[in-house]
Design a protein around this ligand. Structure first.
Ligand code: IPE
Ligand code: IPE
Ligand code: MG
Length: 230
């Protein structure tokens, strides 16, 4: 499929929701849904870059997701460790820079070391950027930035404040897609989402695919982004 590059979002963010319900509907443990969800993530993210999207952000684990049963949290952390140390190299070898964004608080030494290793990967020419929001909360991010600004003792403006967020250097998301049917942001990119186009689909994340992504990009290309103007 071809898209007019001028009408393609530069930055697409995904709230990958519905893994648990996908598994439950099949009589499976919720953890199976997360395993399938990882596969979907690699496939959809790969397609987004292939079509020409430059920045992709995926919401993988929120600061509130710690309140889930331990066995589910443990499995999610195991999956992160696994793909941080294996599958992501397929993307970085193609010039995709991977940033893990979020708080370090509460993460294990293993995951923290994976994140450090990922930040050191040399990609050469950068063809795209993948932000993985892990232990991410929009309020937490804003509060950390405010505290850093207070420490600096300098007033901030919109530009300098943006640069203090985890997404520093990334343009704001043009399009935020949430799967799983819920119509809320759940603490995702609260500051950055100011003028993002929102798209909600009932499809559960493990069932989401490239074809649906193309349909959403086509819908996006017909939207009239006004940014407050007439
Ligand atoms: C999204 O799927 C993945 C994470 C939040 C880690 P859910 O696990 O929230 O799936 P549902 O919403 O319970 O179906
Ligand atoms: C949002 O999904 C977080 C991620 C997709 C990682 P949740 O399933 O945690 O959101 P709520 O609880 O339905 O708002
Ligand atoms: Mg959910």
């Amino acid at each position: 499929m071809k898209f007019d590059p001028a009408k393609l979002p530069v930055h697409v963010a995904f709230i990958m929701d519905g893994n648990g319900r996908w598994a439950t509907a099949r009589g499976l443990d919720r953890r199976e849904g997360h395993r399938k969800g990882v596969k979907t993530m690699f496939s959809v993210v790969g397609s987004a870059f292939k079509i020409g999207v430059k920045y992709v952000t995926v919401y993988a684990f929120s600061t509130e997701n710690w309140n889930r049963p331990k066995k589910e949290v443990d499995e999610l952390m195991r999956l992160f460790h696994r793909y941080f140390t294996t599958r992501l190299s397929k993307l970085t070898s193609k010039g995709i820079k991977v940033n893990v964004i979020g708080s370090t608080k509460g993460l294990s030494d293993t995951i923290l070391s994976d994140i450090r290793d990922l930040s050191r990967v040399e990609t050469g020419k950068v063809n795209g950027v993948l932000n993985i929001a892990l232990n991410y909360g929009g309020r937490d991010e804003i509060i950390e930035a405010v505290n850093a600004a207070i420490k600096n003792g300098k007033e901030v403006d919109e530009k300098s404040f943006s640069d203090m967020l985890f997404t520093s250097g990334c343009p704001d998301p043009d399009l935020i897609v949430r799967t799983g049917g819920e119509k809320r942001l759940s603490n995702f990119l609260l500051y950055q989402a100011a003028y993002a186009e929102l798209y909600f689909t009932d499809t559960l994340w493990p069932d989401f695919d490239t074809e649906e992504l193309y349909g959403i990009l086509s819908d996006y290309s017909n939207r009239n982004r006004k940014f407050g103007k007439v």
